[in-house]
Design a protein around this ligand. Structure first.
Ligand code: ADE
Ligand code: ZN
Length: 339
């Protein structure tokens, strides 16, 4: 199974680039940029990664991101992730970035997006990994702050496919951002939103109805509302599920409690993703393996997660067909009868 998962062509749709900051790079950047960290070793950073809930993670995540200061820092962070993608046979990735985390401490929007975008271009040219970029609004900040961020993004429309919504779900429901999402859609951006990670199913419903999202990020709390699950399946609304994140942040107390296979069985378009792999103990292969081993899933069933991700991605139909071809070729070789 490990070999099958490792070689399986994968598509990632839920990945925060700031969440790929490994402690080694965090230390190196802190030293280069003269930033004090509240840890004295890489081991101490890793030891601090025990979370009670989403907020306890976000506090460390925003602190860690402060070591990123220059265009080259954002390039190095992004290219390191793409090298990991290459190693793990991730062939297409759609990446979130949180500009407000950086602009609020004086880093220019241009610096952030230029570094990330240059790495994505190199990733395509040198590693053959295609990608899209999604800009997230931090939902614990105000609607006005989101509008200001959208205005900055308009100067980089060619580099951004969609806007999203992340950070603390509790107390910051989708309706707080209805107007800025409408402005974003009018400007030509697609939309996604984190909803039903810790928050109730109503957040999923409102993200769909008010923010007009094309995908729900996480969405696992949908099973609290059986009618909603039926609706998600009937409308082919993709969920970008992140198994290791959900157990690390105690959304589920154990992987055996996870509902991704139940949702797959009910016909919901679920996908497997890594969210913040440097913080949650694993990239795509580890997330696939966690589900494969916990639920003893057959290989063909596991491949359905990639099929769903290709269909849910923000690329054109020709590009989707090419990814399906690569997946089918891999499966043909894997299941070719030995004669
Ligand atoms: N930002 C980074 N990871 C996140 C998550 N899992 N939920 C909400 N906001 C996030
Ligand atoms: Zn996320």
């Amino acid at each position: 199974m490990k070999g099958f998962v490792s070689g399986l062509p994968k598509v990632e749709l839920h990945l925060h680039i700031e969440g790929t900051l490994e402690p080694e790079l965090m230390f190196a950047l802190a030293q280069k940029n003269g930033i004090a960290l509240p840890y004295d070793s890489v081991e101490a950073v890793r030891a601090a990664y025990e979370f009670d809930d989403l907020q306890s993670f976000l506090d460390l995540y925003y602190q860690g991101a402060q070591v990123l200061r220059t265009e080259q820092d954002f390039y190095d962070l992004t290219y390191a992730y793409l090298l990991r993608c290459k190693e793990e046979h991730v062939i297409h990735t759609e990446i979130f970035f949180d500009p407000q985390t950086h602009t609020d401490t004086g880093i220019a929007f241009d610096t952030v997006i230029s570094g990330i975008h240059r790495a994505l271009s190199d990733g395509e040219a040198k590693l053959g990994i295609s990608s899209q970029l999604i800009m997230c609004f931090l939902r614990h900040l105000s609607e006005d702050a989101a509008i200001e961020t959208l205005q900055q993004a308009l100067l980089h429309k060619d580099k951004i496919i969609a806007v999203g919504l992340d950070s603390s779900e509790q107390g910051h429901p989708p309706e707080k951002f209805q107007r800025v999402f409408e402005m974003a859609r009018d400007a030509g951006f697609l939309t996604v939103a984190h909803a039903g990670e810790e928050g109730p199913p109503e957040n999923i419903i409102n993200a769909i109805e008010l923010l007009k999202v094309s995908r729900i990020d996480h969405g696992v709390r949908c099973t609290d509302d059986s009618h909603l699950v039926e609706q998600l399946a009937a409308t082919n609304m993709p969920l970008t599920v992140c198994p290791l994140s959900n157990t690390k942040l105690k959304v589920f107390s154990d992987m055996s409690e996870h509902n991704i296979v139940e949702l797959l069985d009910k016909g919901v378009q679920v996908t497997i993703n890594s969210d913040d792999p440097a913080y949650f103990g694993g990239y795509m292969n580890a997330n696939f393996m966690a589900i494969a081993t916990t639920f003893d899933l057959p290989k063909q069933r596991l491949a359905q997660f990639t099929r769903n991700a290709i269909d849910a991605s923000f690329i054109d139909e020709v590009a989707k067909a090419k990814l399906h071809e690569r997946l089918n070729h891999y499966l043909d070789v894997q299941f070719k009868p030995v004669i």
